[in-house]
Design a protein around this ligand. Structure first.
Ligand SMILES: *Cc1c(COP(=O)(O)O)cnc(C)c1O
Ligand SMILES: [Zn+2]
Length: 403
C-alpha cells in the first residue's frame, strides 16, 4: 500500500465536530450541514514541494498529498483534470481586458467538470468498500457517476428528471447505471434516492452530502494556481449551482496559502447564476448568510438550475471572504456569450457561457481593473447540449442557432 494522503479528519462546516475518515460519512446530522476534509498541512510542507510536481501524471491525481485517497490502488481514474487554460485574445481586446483567460473543463471524461468530483467520490467509495452508489441529478453528475462506477465495478443508481439532456441519459445507460426517470425536478429525484437509501442500502453521493466530491473539485483551484505559476488570477467567474466548484476552489487556495505556495492575495470569487434561478445572487445582494428556495427555477443552463443549494452558506461565505460578488444573467445573454466564445474556438456549455455574460456585467459596473488577470471557468462542453443549442425559439429566448 502506498499512502501519500495527508488527510487527517472530517469536520462539520457548522459546529466543527470531528468525524472519522476511515468509515463512510455523509453529513453532520445535528446541524444538517456538510462535512469538510481537513489535512495535516504541516506534514505536507515536509513531504511535498512545488518542484516535486514536475513530471508527475498530468491529471488531478498529481496532488495526491492534498487529496483524501489513502491507498493509491483505490484511485479510479479516466485521466481527468489538468485541463487547458487558454488566453482569450479577441474577447479580451473587445472588453478592454489585457489578461483574459478561460479554463476549459469541456475537455474531461464525460465532458463536464463533474468528473473531478465523481472520480474522487467513487475512489473513496472503493476505498471504504461501498457497493451501491446513488444520486439525484440534473444530468451531468449522473453521467460522471455512471462512468466512474463502471470503471470501478461498483453499482450506480441514477435518478433524474425525464427531461434531462439526452446525452446524459445515454451516458448513464451505456455505462451500465440503473436509471430512474422521474416526471419532476431534481428535488423529486432526491426524494426517491432517500427512499432507496432506506429500502435498498444505497449510499447517497448527492452534492455536498458526501464529503469527498468537493475534494475532486478542489483540484480546479490547485491546477489554476500551478498553471498560473503560483500567481493566482485576480478574479474568477464561476457558474454556481450546488456550489462544490466554488467551495472547492476556495478550499484549494486557502490550503495553498497555508502551505506558503501562494501569497496573501487571493482571487475575488464571483458566482454567476441565471436570472431564472438566482438564489445565491439574491442572498448576496441582501447580505444574507443563507439563500431562500427559488420558486419556478427555469434556465437553459441546467447545471446551475439549483433552487436551494444545500451548502448555500458556504458559497456565500466564499463570496464575502474573497471580496467577490454575484451576478445573474439572462438565457439570451448566455446564448450570445456562447457564440462569442465559439469565435475563439471553444464550444462551451451554457453554464460556461454564463461566466462571460457575467463578466460583461461586472466590467460595466466598473468592478474590474483592466490590468487584472481574469479567469472564466468553463465547466463543460457544448457538445453535451445539442438540444439546447438547436431548439426552436421559446418564450424569452430568441437566439437559438439552427432556426
Ligand atoms: C453542476 C454544474 C455546474 C454547477 O456546479 P457546482 O459546482 O455544483 O455549483 C456548472 N456547470 C455545469 C456544466 C454543471 O454540470
Ligand atoms: Zn455540526
Amino acid at each position: 500500500m502506498r499512502n501519500s494522503s495527508h488527510l487527517e479528519k472530517l469536520v462539520c462546516s457548522k459546529c466543527g465536530k470531528e468525524f472519522s475518515p476511515d468509515e463512510p460519512q455523509t453529513i453532520c446530522e445535528k446541524c444538517n450541514a456538510p462535512l469538510l476534509p481537513i489535512y495535516d498541512l504541516e506534514s505536507v510542507k515536509n513531504a511535498l514541494s512545488k518542484e516535486d510536481l514536475k513530471g508527475r501524471r498530468a491529471d488531478m491525481w498529481r496532488y495526491r498529498e492534498l487529496l483524501p485517497i489513502k491507498d493509491e490502488r483505490n484511485i479510479v481514474s479516466l485521466g481527468e483534470g489538468f485541463t487547458p487554460v487558454l488566453k482569450l485574445e479577441k474577447l479580451g481586446e473587445k472588453l478592454g481586458i489585457k489578461n483574459l483567460y478561460i479554463k476549459d473543463d469541456g475537455l474531461i471524461p464525460t465532458g463536464t467538470f463533474k468528473a473531478r468530483g465523481l472520480a474522487m467520490a467513487v475512489s473513496k467509495a472503493k476505498e471504504l468498500g461501498l457497493k451501491k452508489l446513488a444520486m439525484p441529478t440534473a444530468g451531468n453528475a449522473g453521467a460522471a457517476l455512471a462512468a466512474y462506477a463502471a470503471k470501478a465495478g461498483i453499482e450506480a443508481y441514477v435518478v433524474m428528471p425525464e427531461d434531462a439532456p439526452l446525452t446524459c441519459k445515454l451516458e448513464c445507460y451505456i455505462f451500465g447505471a440503473r436509471v430512474y426517470l422521474v416526471r419532476g425536478l431534481i428535488s423529486d429525484a432526491g426524494r426517491i434516492v432517500s427512499e432507496g437509501k432506506r429500502k435498498f442500502g444505497w449510499f447517497d453521493v448527492s452534492t455536498m452530502k458526501e464529503p469527498y466530491r468537493v475534494e475532486g473539485k478542489k483540484t480546479m483551484g490547485l491546477e489554476i494556481a500551478e498553471q498560473f505559476n503560483w500567481e493566482v488570477p485576480d478574479v474568477i467567474l464561476y457558474p454556481t449551482g450546488g456550489g462544490t466548484g466554488i467551495i472547492g476552489m476556495w478550499k484549494a487556495f486557502n490550503e495553498l496559502k497555508e502551505l506558503g505556495w501562494i501569497d496573501e492575495k487571493m482571487p475575488r470569487m464571483i458566482s454567476v447564476q441565471s436570472e431564472g434561478c438566482a438564489p445565491i445572487v439574491k442572498a448576496f445582494k441582501e447580505k444574507k448568510k443563507e439563500s431562500e428556495f427559488w420558486e419556478d427555477a427555469k434556465t437553459i443552463a441546467a447545471g446551475i438550475r439549483v433552487p436551494k443549494a444545500f451548502a448555500d452558506f458556504l458559497i456565500l461565505r466564499v463570496l464575502y471572504e474573497s471580496g467577490g460578488g454575484a451576478v445573474a444573467v439572462s438565457d439570451k445573454e448566455i446564448l450570445e456569450a456562447s457564440k462569442e466564445l465559439a469565435r475563439e474556438g471553444v464550444f462551451v456549455c451554457p453554464e460556461g457561457a454564463a461566466t462571460l455574460a457575467g463578466l460583461k456585467q461586472v466590467v460595466e459596473e466598473g468592478d474590474i481593473d483592466k490590468d487584472e488577470k481574469i479567469l472564466l471557468y468553463n465547466t463543460g462542453s457544448g457538445i453535451k447540449y445539442t438540444e439546447v443549442y438547436s431548439k426552436k425559439p421559446q418564450i424569452g429566448v430568441t437566439a437559438y442557432y439552427l432556426h
